[in-house]
Write a protein that binds this ligand. Structure first.
Ligand SMILES: NC(=O)c1ccc[n+]([C@@H]2O[C@H](COP(=O)([O-])OP(=O)(O)OC[C@H]3O[C@@H](n4cnc5c(N)ncnc54)[C@H](OP(=O)(O)O)[C@@H]3O)[C@@H](O)[C@H]2O)c1
Length: 337
């Protein structure tokens, strides 16, 4: 018998600087019975993402801001406990935007069933999840559209998004060069992840290295870095090259963004620069899950490490998010509810 009341987290106060317990409150809520097409999902694991803090701020962004009193947005994994959707059954494991709550009632069309026979639910919330592998897959294939023989450059290549972008670009026949921090990460990307080459952003002059390692210029740049990395890379794009803007790791701790400086390269090389937001591509999630499952199960897609799994449930959410924002984590962070 399913519980009639469940617990959820609500935003009590928008974050100003850091995030802490004062920003949230755990409250009880009544379970909504599913209407036709809806399912009830017990939330098991949540992907912890730096973007979560931004989603709670006021102002214009790529998704509606979480209002005070609302459940914070979170992607994750859950089990269907009641279904009035034709394609989902009780017991199915699903991924979607579930929110920081124990139970959620959602349209079945917003959820994708995942296979947990060989891939754990933690990994479906973590490295293979929506904001990791699925972001990389969709950003690359829906926006970047790599072609056989092209040179693809990807920053944040050792990250949960970039490591997948590079491997999928290789599967599509491109030559792939990554940007990562440290010799060990670069070596690993080449030896274990099949990248053709890699540049260490901590050690080298990026402009010089790009000219050496992408001697015929870059056809497609998948940008997880922003800032100076983006400006320098724009200088070495091939004519009519494409740039996918996905993340901004190089400027995440900068309070005053200085903006894109190298606009001249966009003009002289007639570049296409397009922002990518995962949530615009919901209708392709199932296709991404299918391909990623197949590639991972057949050993063609590797994951960077195992997840940094945190316990603590709803009450532990603020501490876990604070740890993530402070950089104290080891691998993709997942919260167990
Ligand atoms: N647009 C969307 O819809 C969407 C969805 C999900 C994620 N994202 C964004 O995508 C980006 C990547 O996410 P992720 O989950 O892959 O992050 P991640 O796993 O934390 O990895 C990011 C990588 O960035 C690298 N990095 C750190 N500082 C850097 C710098 N100053 N210059 C260049 N590289 C630097 C790090 O490389 P080393 O460890 O090798 O130093 C790290 O491995 C983030 O900005 C995230 O917010 C966007």
């Amino acid at each position: 018998m399913m519980q009639a009341v469940f617990r959820k987290l609500i935003l009590r106060k928008r974050p100003v600087d850091d995030v802490g317990r004062r920003n949230f409150q755990v409250v009880n809520a009544d379970l909504q019975q599913p209407k036709p097409g809806q399912v009830v999902v017990e939330v098991k694991y949540l992907s912890m993402d730096v973007a979560m803090r931004g989603w709670m701020l006021a102002g214009h962004s790529y998704v509606p801001s979480i209002r005070v009193g609302d459940v914070p947005r979170a992607c994750g994994v859950g089990i269907v406990v009641n279904s009035r959707a034709k394609h989902l059954e009780v017991g199915d494991t699903v991924i979607g935007q579930l929110g920081v709550q124990e139970i959620v009632t959602l349209p079945g069309k917003d959820l994708v069933r995942v296979d947990v026979r060989k891939i754990t639910p933690v990994t479906w919330a973590g490295y293979l999840g929506l904001t990791s592998a699925i972001t990389g897959y969709l950003g690359l294939l829906e926006v970047g559209k790599p072609r056989k023989g092209e040179t693809v450059f990807v920053s944040g290549a050792s990250g949960s998004v970039g490591s997948v972008v590079g491997q999928v670009a290789k599967l599509k026949g491109a030559r792939v060069v990554g940007l990562a921090g440290g010799r060990a990460n670069c070596r690993r990307l080449i030896n274990e992840f099949g990248f053709d080459d890699c540049i260490d952003y901590r050690a080298s002059d990026l402009g010089k290295q790009l000219r050496k390692k992408c001697s015929e210029r870059i056809d497609l740049y998948f940008d997880n870095a922003g800032g100076d990395v983006l400006d320098t890379t724009l200088d070495w794009m091939a004519p009519h090259g494409r740039v996918v803007l996905c993340g901004s790791m190089a400027t995440r701790n900068v309070t005053e963004q200085k903006g894109l400086m190298n606009v001249r390269s966009v003009l002289i090389d007639r570049l296409s620069v397009q922002g990518f937001v995962l949530f615009d591509h919901e209708c392709r999630y199932a296709e991404a899950v299918k391909d990623l499952t197949r590639w991972h199960s057949s050993g063609r897609l590797r994951l960077w490490s195992s997840e940094d799994l945190r316990e603590g449930g709803l009450v532990g959410f603020s501490r876990t998010l604070a740890d993530l924002l402070a950089g104290s984590h080891d691998g993709k962070m997942v919260l167990q509810l």
